[in-house]
Design a protein around this ligand. Structure first.
Ligand code: GA4
Length: 326
């Protein structure tokens, strides 16, 4: 029997994964892309090559859209656990729907509760104000992602300009929204340890557009092996390259490993959009990007094949290595 208390579901569970904070972070600046700048395309390419990650400013997306979704998300995560579990189709919908602590199918856990939704089928059992906030957010962020992919194509001198964005524009594109709530974890401060909110991983899709409130926790893995904290900024978006974009660019853009650590004092609330192609789409390096004599680093696959394989791995696993040509 599941005990139902007033505590958020994640707080009813023991901490299972602890690690000490890394001493001596040095200053690495997270690249910033200014969408209003004529240099945006060049900034994007440089950031995706160097980090696979950037902060997006001057994006022209209204704060009302974000505030509306935040308010609905707060309402949702404050519901009693049995109501949250029923949302999104219940256990039968796994991995979609409400989840607490468990991530993926292979036993990963985190200090988190979330709602995972397929953009094409936002659960009709959610309140109509929640559904409308979700649908507005999804269509706006989808358009933003396409704008970014077009700028990337421009920066990479690819033709036609929709060569990347069309992957997300298809009726059958595989678009996902994840609302995350990382409750505060006071014991991490008492014990002077860091508790994993969402373990280190790369995203399998083409592009991910993340947003959160002003609570810290997100970190990206720098090339030199250090974890770099990303200072929170609730007015900006944070964008990362996914595995599929690494393949499309034959390794030129980097699918960056990232993770979220729980905050000891504040809740972290966020919404992550993941843009993937239609399931039948084949993913392979774009011939226009290949230099003479350059060989594909990956064997060709369909998004369906990659996604199916990815969903059978653990978070930390390197999924692309399974598709590398050897
Ligand atoms: C990471 C990106 C998205 O959050 C996600 C995650 C998915 C899940 O939570 O079920 C995965 C993870 C993500 C990659 C590897 C597999 C699948 C958990 C996991 C262990 C929704 C996605 O598409 O891939």
């Amino acid at each position: 029997m599941v005990a139902i208390t007033n505590l958020p579901a994640v707080e009813q569970l023991p901490i299972t994964k602890l690690h000490r904070p890394i001493a001596g972070h040095f200053e690495v600046c997270i690249p910033v892309v200014d969408l209003s700048s004529p240099a945006a395309a060049a900034q994007l390419v440089a950031a995706c090559e160097e980090f696979g990650f950037f902060k997006l400013i001057n994006h022209n997306i209204s704060s009302e859209l974000m505030d509306k979704l935040d308010a609905e998300a707060v309402k949702f995560f404050s519901l009693p656990i049995w109501k949250k579990v029923a949302a999104g189709g219940g256990a039968a919908a796994a991995p979609f729907g409400y989840g607490s602590r468990k991530i993926g199918a292979l036993g990963d856990v985190g200090w988190i509760e979330y709602l995972l939704l397929q953009a094409s089928s936002v659960d009709p059992s959610l309140s109509s104000s929640f559904r409308s906030a979700l649908n507005d957010y999804i269509s706006t962020i989808k358009n933003l992602s396409c704008e970014l992919l077009e700028l990337m194509a421009e920066g990479l001198r690819l033709q036609p300009k929709n060569i990347l964005s069309k992957l997300l524009m298809d009726e059958e594109s595989d678009l996902i929204l994840r609302l995350n709530h990382y409750p505060p974890c006071p014991s991490s401060q008492q014990l002077n340890i860091s508790v994993t909110g969402f373990g280190e991983h790369t995203d399998p899709q083409v592009i991910s557009v993340l947003r959160s409130n002003n609570t810290s926790g997100l970190q990206i893995l720098h090339r030199d092996g250090r974890w770099v904290p990303v200072p929170p900024d609730q007015t900006s978006f944070f964008v990362n390259v996914g595995d599929s974009l690494q393949v499309l660019t034959n390794g030129r853009f980097r699918s960056v490993k990232h993770r979220v650590l729980a905050n000891s004092l504040q809740s972290r609330l966020g919404g992550d959009f993941f843009g993937g192609p239609p399931l039948k789409e084949r993913v392979a390096p774009l011939p226009l990007l290949m230099e003479e004599g350059e060989e594909s680093l990956y064997r060709e696959f369909t998004w369906c094949e990659y996604k199916t394989t990815a969903y059978k791995t653990k978070l930390v696993d390197d999924r692309l290595v399974l598709f590398e040509k050897r």
